[in-house]
Write a protein that binds this ligand. Structure first.
Ligand code: ATP
Length: 249
């Protein structure tokens, strides 16, 4: 087992993954993510973006291939150690907002901080700051059920950023938002990540979203591919098939 390069906070080598029903999820994906980098994981629906994020974050065990975080092997960790790693160093945003209905908005946003041992009062102050930045500060005392879907997603984003995780895994984080809101929320997320040195893995099938990242890796059928944009042929209508093709790398 060879340790990864020092400057990569997250590193994967020859990652293969099969779902419980035997269907293939990933086929030999390797990548490195530098500290503080915002990396978009692109690809069409079903290409393996979520599966890759789940493997890299230790949410599912990796049986074939390697995942390293800060030069520590994640693929050999036991379940409890992976859980601790996720709780203390990682953040996660799902494409659909999931909040605890019995807690109010600020309590939801403060939850990861309190799980890390931060006292209620400072956890509340930090949560409120992030809720303000995500434009839902005025909802702090409401229950998730009183918010509209897009507001709930903003709360989830605030909750993920509040503890300033080392790595934030964001799976289509702005999917539930209206197009007009997306750019603003993504800017808030990327600006916050840059100012706090948070490394971000941003799964998205949207080119505008990927454009906010420092770099994009693309997946197709569970493999990393390089998308090559072909020049238009003069005098012909450019079709999507003609404009771009993908090569396995
Ligand atoms: N739990 C599961 N069991 C079996 N197959 C699954 C499971 N989850 C995902 N898959 C399949 O694995 C492939 C990759 O899915 P994945 O969700 O990782 O892709 P994705 O790029 O994130 O897609 P989307 O944009 O739709 O979320 C797809 O063919 C999907 O149907």
């Amino acid at each position: 087992m060879v340790a990864p390069p020092d400057n990569d906070v997250l590193w994967a080598r020859a990652l293969h993954f099969r779902h419980d029903d035997g269907s293939p999820g990933l086929s030999g994906v390797s990548l490195g993510v530098a500290e503080g980098e915002i990396l978009a994981v692109g690809g069409p629906r079903g290409s393996g973006k979520t599966t890759l994020l789940r493997c890299l974050s230790g949410l599912v065990p990796v049986a074939d291939g390697e995942v390293w975080f800060n030069s520590v092997p994640v693929h050999t960790m036991r379940t409890a150690a992976r859980e601790r790693l996720r709780r203390e160093r990682f953040g996660w945003i799902d494409p659909v907002p999931v909040l605890v209905p019995e807690l109010n908005v600020w309590e939801n946003a403060a939850l990861p901080l309190m799980l890390r041992g931060v006292a209620r009062r400072p956890a509340r102050a930090t949560a409120l700051e992030w809720l303000e930045r995500l434009d839902v500060g005025d909802k702090a005392r409401k229950r998730p059920g009183d918010l509209v879907h897009a507001e709930r997603q903003r709360v989830c984003i605030a909750r993920a950023l509040a503890p300033a995780p080392s790595v934030l895994f964001a799976d289509e984080p702005t999917a539930p938002l209206h197009r007009a809101d997306r750019r603003h929320v993504l800017r808030t997320l990327t600006t916050a990540a840059r100012s706090h040195g948070i490394t971000v893995l941003l799964a998205t099938s949207d080119a505008d979203t990927a454009a906010l990242a420092d770099r994009t890796v693309s997946l197709l059928d569970g493999r990393r591919v390089r998308t090559v944009h072909l020049p238009p042929v003069p005098g012909t209508a450019e079709t999507e098939d003609r404009a771009a093709c993908s090569l396995s790398v």
